[in-house]
Ligand binder design. Structure first.
Ligand code: NDP
Length: 261
């Protein structure tokens, strides 16, 4: 066993289907990413967590440690060049492999096109689209390698898109465009690698109570009490990843029951 292997949660715990696997979750300092990182740790993964707020990542890392799982907080601004690749490299340096990627970090700013701040557009394209492309590219060789060995016999690349990645709506054009773009990317990539054991999936949440939607009291006529919680979306992500090796769930749209569109 080398130093990296000894850092990982050992393989073979029957209650933990992902034991021995290593996950990297972006945007893990709050909301859906935080819930996904916790859920993957409970399922047995060692988890690398990426975001800009070091204090939040450190708290989460401590919480994951209490479940007996290994955690690696990685402070990075994923919209900066080279940061996505660095996050992947540091994960593999620490844990020796990479089995699961959750591309979750995202930013949304709503405005009509004519009223939009172009800096918001840049931020959405850089984070919601370019960071997903760069991180996926950097992770792919490691995921392909992980799919070849016998820890699970598959690897998973999950991107958190949105209902807005399927349905365009006014005042949300660029956010929706970035989410449509990752949807196309995801399905094209799926066709390239699924025959080699890398499952590529999209989770498309509807209205979810997180920091991103803080201050919004209602949407689509729905009071906030009826919106999804971050844990509801994390459950969809975990469901996708814990399927048997011959089953690939490539897309889950998960809305609050009260959300019509
Ligand atoms: P949050 O605002 O709670 O989470 C966003 C996460 O992204 C945070 O951890 C934030 O951490 C991280 N992040 C933001 N900018 C950067 C950056 N430049 N570099 C690295 N990390 C960054 O929102 P949600 O949990 O709701 O969002 C998660 C995903 O879910 C997003 O992709 C979003 O588009 C999607 N989504 C959300 C919906 C909702 O209703 N909430 C609905 C549909 C989709 P930090 O600030 O520390 O960097």
């Amino acid at each position: 066993m080398n130093a990296n292997e000894s850092d990982r949660t050992p393989v073979g715990n029957a209650d933990q289907p992902l034991a021995g696997s290593v996950a990297l979750v972006t945007g893990a300092s709050s909301g859906i990413g935080e819930a996904a990182a916790l859920s993957l740790a409970r399922l047995g993964c060692s988890v690398a967590m990426v975001a800009r707020r070091t204090d939040r990542l450190t708290e989460l890392s401590d919480a994951i440690g209490t479940h007996g799982a290994a955690a690696l907080p990685l402070t990075a601004d994923l919209s900066a060049p080279g940061q996505a690749r660095r996050a992947v490299e540091e994960t593999v340096r620490r844990f020796g492999r990479l089995d699961v990627v959750v591309n979750n970090a995202g930013y949304g700013a709503r405005a009509a096109v004519e009223d939009s701040d172009l800096a918001d557009w840049e931020r959405m394209v850089d984070l919601n689209l370019k960071a997903v492309l760069h991180l996926s590219h950097a992770a792919l060789p490691h995921l392909l390698r992980a799919a070849e060995d016998d820890v699970r016999g598959v690897a998973d690349l999950v991107t958190v898109s949105s209902v807005a990645g399927r349905l365009a709506r006014k005042n949300n054009s660029v956010y929706s465009a970035t989410k449509h773009a990752v949807c196309s990317f995801s399905d094209a990539l799926r066709q390239e690698v699924t025959g080699r054991g890398v499952r590529v999936g999209l989770v498309e949440p509807g209205m979810t109570t997180t920091e991103m939607t803080l201050g919004g009291e209602s949407a689509f006529g729905m009071a906030q009490e009826s919106w999804l919680r971050a844990e509801d979306v994390a459950r969809s992500i975990s469901f996708m990843i814990t399927q048997p090796p011959h089953v690939a769930i490539n897309e889950i749209m998960v809305r609050p029951t009260a959300q019509e569109h």
